[in-house]
Design a protein. Structure first.
Length: 320
């Protein structure tokens, strides 16, 4: 590889979000994920790169897919992994999450992967521990590794990010995936459009250079990529949209809409899907869908992040 940049991700120690990363640092992750993807495709995947390191996943919200992806990424680089089940931890006895993390660090953790319902939780943790912190989702603020795997998947499929027009569809107001994608895509030169009912679109997005659209059919005629966000079913109880049936009618991606859309449209979804709500099974399994590739690429991207935060650089040879 021949990739250079003025600052490596490892110089930051933590990965807390894409808002603060430069385009060079984002590209560093994308570049490093390429050989990591090759490792995943080997018959024997495990490397000694992180031998002696311990990775702890500390999840205060359930997310089997993200947790397993982080654990596989760490194990295939040789690290030991521990999953802390919050429901049975001392947090339930009144200990706050910073105290819990400090205890985990004192037990020898080198990395803590944090998912928390509170926006800013990862930043707070990074200020209070010496080990490296990776944000696996904090409230509605950011989910940086999901955005990085989405961007990596697009670059792998289309060969570029610069100049692409990407529609992010759904509950933008509460979506950390949307915010991280907006930061990452715009920094790499893509144009971003958000699509959804007015009640689910936050104010101020136009200041980030984001276009707002409320008509999905119109959006599909303009974009190269559509990323369908999972609708959190509890939002219906808050009256933010009339019903799931009405939402699916107006903003769900189905075979009929895909048939009218451009033939080279790329379909994405961060998962897990609510089939029949934001996307139908036909659309999710369409030949234009890269949802399965996103899952595989999530492991490669997280391997790259571990490697870089551990002090590696994008142009190092570490495949042997």
């Amino acid at each position: 590889m021949s990739f250079t940049q003025t600052r490596t991700l490892g110089a930051r120690r933590h990965l807390l979000g894409l808002e603060d990363l430069s385009a060079a640092e984002i590209n560093e992750v994308l570049e490093t994920a390429i050989p990591c993807k090759e490792i995943i495709q080997r018959e024997i995947k495990k490397l000694p790169t992180l031998r002696g390191r311990t990775v702890v996943t500390l999840f205060f919200e359930p997310s089997t897919r993200t947790r397993i992806s982080f654990e596989l990424a760490a194990k295939w680089l040789g690290a030991d992994t521990v999953n802390v089940t919050v429901s049975t931890s001392s947090v339930q006895k009144g200990e706050n999450f910073v105290d819990t993390a400090r205890t985990i660090e004192a037990l020898g953790a080198d990395f803590i992967i944090l998912r928390h319902s509170m926006a800013g939780a990862a930043h707070l943790l990074a200020e209070n521990v010496k080990c490296r912190v990776i944000n696996a989702g904090d409230g509605a603020r950011e989910h940086p590794t999901q955005a990085l795997l989405d961007i990596f998947t697009l670059k792998e499929k289309l060969g570029r990010i610069q100049g692409l027009k990407v529609a992010i569809v759904g509950d933008i107001l509460h979506s950390r995936v949307a915010m991280s994608n907006i930061y990452g895509l715009t920094k790499l030169g893509a144009k971003v459009m958000v699509v959804g009912p007015p009640t689910l679109i936050p104010k101020g997005l136009t200041e980030l250079g984001v276009e707002v659209e409320h008509n999905l059919d119109r959006a599909l005629n303009e974009v190269d990529v559509v990323n369908m966000l999972r609708i959190q079913l509890e939002r219906q109880q808050k009256g933010l949209f009339p019903s799931l049936r009405e939402y699916a009618r107006l903003y769900g991606l189905n075979a009929e809409r895909l048939n009218k859309a451009r033939k080279d449209l790329i379909v994405m979804h961060p998962g897990p899907t609510n089939l029949g709500v934001e996307i139908t099974e036909e659309a999710a399994t369409d030949s234009r869908s890269v949802i399965t590739a996103q899952v595989t690429n999530g492991v490669a991207v997280r391997m790259a992040i571990f490697y870089l935060l551990n002090g590696g650089r994008a142009n190092d040879e570490f495949l042997s």
